[in-house]
Ligand binder design. Structure first.
Ligand code: AMP
Ligand code: ZN
Length: 138
């Protein structure tokens, strides 16, 4: 399941070189070309899925354990103090490459803030209404 026009399909399957830190039957993990911090990695499935909603359960189920393994290596190797696991779906959510990928971003004490948001406000009625709309769509 590959898309010949997809750059991440080409990288994941070894047709375009990238700084690879891990590879198995299903995934290649590379360093991001525009790293948010030193060691910023991308987990790329070898099969093409546009986003997490398209991925089969087996592939999706392997992503979090792999992100944990990569994150642990970032703390052990480059000495990160923590890490963020980020996965964007849709251009409004910041997705720019439409081949499912998971960012694993090492964080260092005193480093610049990334992956933050300004908390909004919602009352109980608003939360209940929103919860009902989402539940009905499941
Ligand atoms: P997203 O915004 O979640 O779609 O993330 C796409 C990420 O892919 C960005 O952080 C880019 O810096 C990164 N990226 C794009 N092209 C390449 C490439 N050829 N090799 C490595 N990283 C890339
Ligand atoms: Zn692809």
């Amino acid at each position: 399941m590959r898309d010949d026009n997809c750059i991440f399909c080409k990288i994941a399957n070894g047709d375009i070189p990238a700084a690879t830190i891990y590879e198995d039957e299903d995934f290649r993990v590379i360093l991001d070309l525009g790293p948010a911090t030193k060691g910023h990695a991308l987990i790329l499935p070898k099969n093409h899925f546009k986003d997490i909603c398209e991925a089969d359960a087996e592939t999706a189920g392997k992503l979090f354990p792999l992100a944990a393994k990569i994150g642990a290596a970032m703390m052990k190797g480059p000495g990160a103090d923590g890490f963020n696991v980020v996965q964007n779906n849709g251009s409004c959510a910041g997705q720019t490459v439409f081949h499912l990928h998971v960012h694993v971003i090492p964080r260092y004490e005193g480093g610049t803030e990334i992956v933050t948001w300004k908390p909004g406000k919602a009352d109980a009625e608003e939360l209940a209404r929103t919860a009902r709309i989402i539940k009905e769509a499941l």
